[in-house]
Design a binder for this molecule. Structure first.
Ligand code: GLA
Ligand code: GLA
Length: 656
């Protein structure tokens, strides 16, 4: 059996045998001192091994420009250490204190419309502000000097969820940094003008200083500038991460550095595949969004995080014990979900299960957000469930460090296609990139097939079946890679794939330009569907959102399904072209999880991919594998009979 690399590039600095870490964000500054010792006692009772500390403590640590107050933090860290609890210490730069924004309002971000983003919440700082950077690094230096040698310190936690609220900044600092980034990328204005297609609508630049971030414009802004601004904005925050990290590495070279990513839901501004190399280990925050695919989305995100981490174990820095506070309606987790959610992350490579937060706040905007210790206190069903989870994780230490067993199927994931495919002024604004990818993942789970969600820039050549949903941006080199892969293996792609190059410029000659020859089809016009419209296929499935007027151009193309109704009636809807020993298939409409579940078996069969689960379990149980461990995850709210392996309780996970 091949497993992926099992040695973390670098993991926590701490003594002792490998284990699954368990813990939370800990915000003791919100509580009187008397509570701290009680906290540590309760953490020990719950089996907590690590906490993230000082994430929002800047105003306490540095109450005035020249005054630092470490006494309270010394006491907390010593208490934790005495209790055997390790510390993932934040650099505390996430939320600048009032004295800083009062003295330096020029660090405040500016929105699309030119409005200042005022303090009052958090993360009110410009990623490109040299003034903010200098103050942040001063704080980092002070913390590293004070705690670098503390035996409780297991890792540095840079800032917090970089870009959660401040990724798109349209200020003058951003404009200057954007220009510098563009000079670096294009060298000459001619090349920028060419890439951006600035002869359209008289946008040609004759001086770098004329270039602005995409501030509110009269109508559709230049799409390639949008794309470059997204690339730049992700890079600007990555640059902040590097700046803090470099200083930490200089001052405390033996302490690993991480930051918490947000691989979840529609959160797309940070290209994490491109950030992973910057940290010593990958950490992620994940929150379940309600809906029919909520559980599958968690699995999808966990799997993608594992692949962003290059197959190395990763750190689940935050999820919730129960409800959050930031959705329109915030529902509690159902019985079993706390454990199932946690263990699903472990199944996909997490070696730490941590929460936001330890003790539920009494004040502030997150007071209705669940925590490990709820408002009701330790005498609560929730805390008992937390304690049971701690025991379960402690019993699984042999899982720690084990590599994930790669699947036979890969779903390619591409931030740039996500950004561009959902741009305005397109055939439809209804298209949702990540939803299409998730639908394929759900369909595979329905069939009992394991799949890996892998960044498009990583190595996916070993997968027998590569699924590339809405792979919209296909530079020539990627087209060549996909073409080579399909010679020996199998590729499936979908509507609106292969349409543009890296500059968001159309590949001419008929769609899907970059993949037209590989697929053996040609499309002259797209056929997006209006809300409520659908098109039936002759295989019993129904398409929504999109159709294509497909012409088959290569006689080697097999038509797997045709449209039965709608504008494309009689035309090919799903095609497959044999290529050498492999094939390249195309799905021209949105089939959704059920339709894809119906269509996939033929594609899997051609690729020789079979389920590792007995047929009675397929669909009801998700299988994930790490090393020799098999995780059986109940996707349903009913018990599942595993035969000789017993009963899998509703929403439960069994590890064999
Ligand atoms: C994010 C933040 C935390 C907290 C949680 C609430 O993940 O990092 O500080 O606000 O959201 O869900
Ligand atoms: C208007 C404008 C044209 C073009 C079309 C597109 O008519 O004058 O330049 O933008 O809209 O529909």
């Amino acid at each position: 059996m091949t497993t992926e690399n099992t040695t973390p590039r670098r993991w926590l600095r701490r003594a002792g045998a490998p284990r699954l870490e368990f813990g939370a964000d800990y915000n003791p500054e919100q509580w009187p001192r008397e509570v701290w010792a009680a906290d540590v006692r309760a953490m020990r009772a719950a089996g907590v091994t690590i906490v993230s500390l000082a994430i929002f403590s800047w105003a306490r640590i540095q109450p005035r420009p020249e005054v630092y107050d470490f006494a309270w933090l010394d006491e907390v860290i010593d208490l934790l250490h005495a209790g055997g609890i390790a510390v993932d210490l934040a650099t505390a730069t996430a939320s600048p204190p009032p004295w800083l924004t009062t003295r330096h309002p020029e660090i405040l971000p500016v929105d699309l419309h030119g409005n200042t983003v005022w303090p009052g919440g958090r993360q009110h700082w410009r990623p490109t502000s040299p003034v903010f950077r200098a103050h942040a690094l001063r704080l980092v230096r002070a913390l590293a000097s004070r705690y670098g040698k503390h035996p409780a310190l297991a890792a540095w936690h840079v800032n917090n969820e970089l870009g959660c609220h401040n990724v798109y900044d349209y200020s003058d600092d951003a404009a200057n940094a954007f220009r510098a980034w563009l000079r670096d990328r294009y060298s000459t204005l001619d090349r920028l003008n060419e890439a951006w297609g600035t002869d359209f609508w008289s946008q040609r630049y004759s001086d770098w200083d004329q270039i602005l971030p995409p501030r509110q414009a009269a109508t559709h802004p230049n799409p390639t500038r949008n794309l470059d601004f997204k690339r730049f904005s992700s890079d600007a925050l990555k640059d902040h991460l590097r700046a803090e990290r470099d200083l930490l590495r200089e001052l405390t070279p033996d302490v690993p550095v991480t930051t918490n990513f947000m691989v979840m839901g529609q959160m797309n501004p940070m290209n994490y595949a491109d950030w992973a190399a910057e940290v010593d280990f990958v950490a992620n925050d994940h929150y379940v969004l309600p809906g029919p695919q909520a559980r599958d989305e968690l699995s999808f995100s966990a799997n993608l995080t594992g692949n962003i981490a290059g197959g190395q174990p990763w750190f689940l820095m935050e999820h919730s014990t129960s409800a959050v506070n930031w959705q329109p309606v915030n529902v509690a987790k159902k019985p079993g979900e706390l454990h199932r959610d946690s263990l699903t992350h472990v199944a996909h490579g997490a070696d730490a299960v941590c929460f936001f937060q330890w003790r539920q706040s009494r004040a502030g905007a997150e007071k209705y957000h669940s925590a490990m210790v709820p408002h009701a206190g330790e005498d609560s069903a929730l805390f008992r469930s937390v304690v049971a989870l701690g025991e379960r994780l402690a019993s699984l230490s042999e899982v720690a460090g084990s590599g994930r067993v790669p699947a036979d199927v890969a779903i390619l994931f591409d931030w740039e296609s996500w950004w561009v495919a959902e741009n305005d002024s397109h055939p439809t604004d209804r298209l949702r990139y990540r939803q299409e990818a998730l639908d394929w993942y759900t369909a595979l789970l329905n069939l009992g097939i394991r799949a890996d969600v892998v960044p498009v820039g990583s190595s996916w050549e070993r997968y027998r079946l590569v699924i590339a949903p809405i792979l919209h941006v296909v530079p020539a080199a990627l087209a060549a890679r996909l073409t080579a892969h399909a010679q020996e293996n199998h590729l499936v792609t979908t509507y609106f794939s292969g349409i543009v190059d890296e500059h968001d410029q159309i590949w001419l000659g008929g769609y899907p330009g970059a993949l037209r020859d590989l697929l053996g089809i040609r499309i002259e016009e797209f056929g997006p569907l209006l809300d409520g419209e659908s098109a039936d296929l002759d295989n019993g499935t129904t398409g929504t959102l999109w159709t294509d007027r497909v012409d088959v151009t290569d006689p080697a193309v097999e038509i797997l399904a045709r449209y039965k109704t709608g504008e494309q009636a009689e035309r090919a809807a799903i095609t497959r072209r044999a290529v050498g020993a492999g094939s390249a298939a195309y799905v021209s409409t949105r089939l959704g999880p059920d339709g894809l579940t119906a269509v996939l078996p033929r594609l899997l069969e051609a690729a020789g991919v079979t389920s590792e689960l007995p047929s009675a379990l397929r669909g009801r149980v998700e299988l994930a594998r790490r090393g020799d461990h098999r995780f059986l995850i109940n996707r349903t709210s009913e018990p599942v009979d595993l035969g000789p392996d017993g009963i899998l309780e509703p929403r439960a996970v069994k590890i064999l």
